[in-house]
Design a binder for this molecule. Sequence first.
Ligand SMILES: [Zn+2]
Length: 395
Amino acid sequence: MAYSEPSHSHPPHKANQKNLHNLSRTHSRASNTSSHRTTTETENLSPEELQHLRRVEMIRKRQQEKWRQERRRRLIREHKVQFLAGSVLFVFLLILAFVLIPGMLSSSKSSKKQKEEAAQIVKAGLYEDKNGTKYQESDGSFCKNDWREVDGSKYYFNKDGYMTTGWLELDGKEYFFDENGKYDSTKHRPMVALTFDDGPGRFTDKLLDCLEENNAKATFFMLGENVERFPDVVKRMHDSGMELGNHSYDHTTLTTLSENDILKQITKTNNVIDDACGVPADVMRPPGGNYNTTVSSLAEMPIITWSIDTRDWATRNADNTYKVIMDDVEDGSIVLMHDIHESSIEASLRLIPDLVEKGFRLVTIRQMAEQKGIDLSNGDVYSFFGNMNTNETDK
Ligand SMILES: [Zn+2]
């Protein structure tokens, strides 16, 4: 059989197929002169001729199969390239969709946020709304329960964020803010420290009711022996913010006692006060206001006397007690009364609301000292916290 096989790289085209057919015909003619043989004709062929025809046909089929496979591989190769290119493009589009675009969006968002924040920083400061003035922080929130300084003036903003005007009491200290909310450090309500000695007694609860109703504070210089009789009253005093004072155990004049006995009077009293309410006294008033260097050094507390002596224990007259106080009271006064006398309680129930009405702030000894910027020292004697020109001399 003589024919040259076509190159593998070339698919069988029509010309080649024609040649093959011609070849098969040539072979057929070589053995048979008829160019169009029928099935009946092939049946007439000799076995050799038939075998030859079959072989030629087989070779032709093999060749066609080879070309088909070649073509398929080539198509696959071409498709592979296209598939790869498509895949790369698809992956790129995916990256664009899921990474780049959201990134661009978020970056534009964050730049928008930065712009807003920058705008808010500019806006930080005082803001008016229908309920008052607030202070907006640079982060957009509002200042609450705190101070802020604007243009050299201090302002305080309450729990709802609104600016305070008028009087404000914070941690026992009082502050004044003018009608524009500016803190005025020069203004203070006049203060008075009411003090009650020799108790507690059976009227003390009534006095505490009145003090609590008027948001007023007072200081109680108590005898240890009476603390033991009325421990619940002492507890109530402490719980309602009154100041606890030591007035000796049994009212013995301390200057007549030995050091040891002075210490016993002071220590025993503080122990029973501590037993009653959990804390000892933190100020001391010796009975009769009588002290010497021994007493003051042993007290280990500030010694508090008074600037207004009502002599309530002598007059037992409520009107008189009331009048003495209302006539003499001034900013910084320390008023001496005794809560064991009913007349003194009667006077107090009238003068406490009236003092508040007159603009006085009723405070404890320590509140007064703190507001006045005075550090109380143990063993030092204090009788007045107002203008020293009118200070009564210590006894
Ligand atoms: Zn006394």
